[in-house]
Design a protein. Structure first.
Length: 223
């Protein structure tokens, strides 16, 4: 168990409904083509598809809503010329521009003589992520998307990046999903939009359409 942020989020949600789904994680991960962090799995096992604060949707493998289904969003955002491809390309461009503007300053002294780079400044800037390293985990009604940045082999080491209102950049947060989500929901961490404008009662509202009970490899029925 990575931390207790999952339990805190469940307590905040206050959802006491029945458990009507079972998630086949090996099948889900095969369908996705990658593994998933353990805190996410625990959250999805405890809470049904729904909205936090009437604004944020944590994607769910068993959601019957296209706008909240983990597999549907992963496939949609990774289509050719889709959002993920655009963000990866822009990250590479931003890194190239950073290198182009930075290296001459490091290499030349004010009098124009070549000098050794300062300690720690001799490495080129590297992209934060590349192809196959952005996986959606939440979305908002504003059109913001949260992604796992999968640069580590262990999914529990992945951090979160947010693309605000389908812009061209990703702002990254060195947090696990459950840690950042808890802080977002309690206004303990900076976040743009309605969740970052001061304390308010948190409401978790399950989707009225509920969760899929039988749709392998997404889910299998409870026994």
């Amino acid at each position: 168990m990575a931390d207790d942020h999952v339990e805190r989020i469940v307590d905040l949600a206050g959802w006491q409904g029945p458990y009507t789904w079972r998630l086949d994680w090996p099948a889900i991960e095969i369908a996705l083509g990658h593994t998933l962090p353990s805190d996410y799995k625990r959250l999805r096992e405890r809470l049904p598809p729904g909205r936090f604060g009437g604004f944020l949707i944590l994607l769910h493998p068993a959601s019957v809503s296209d706008g909240g289904n983990l597999l549907v969003e992963e496939r949609s955002l990774n289509e050719p010329d889709g959002l993920v491809e655009m963000l990866v390309e822009q990250e590479g461009i931003d890194t190239e521009e950073a290198n182009a503007g930075r290296l001459p300053i490091i290499a030349l002294a004010p009098d124009g003589k070549v000098v050794d780079p300062p300690p720690g400044d001799d490495e080129e800037w590297r992209p934060l992520f590349g192809p196959g390293q952005l996986h959606p985990c939440f979305r908002t009604d504003n059109g913001d998307y949260g992604f796992w940045i999968a640069t580590e082999n262990d999914p529990d080491e992945w951090i979160i990046g947010i693309n605000y209102v389908r812009g061209g950049t990703v702002e990254w947060y060195e947090r696990s999903l459950s840690s950042l989500l808890h802080e977002m929901l309690t206004d303990g961490y900076p976040f743009r939009g309605p969740l970052g404008q001061g304390p308010r009662p948190l409401m978790f509202t399950p989707f009225t359409s509920g969760a899929l009970l039988q749709s392998p490899p997404l889910a299998r029925p409870a026994i």
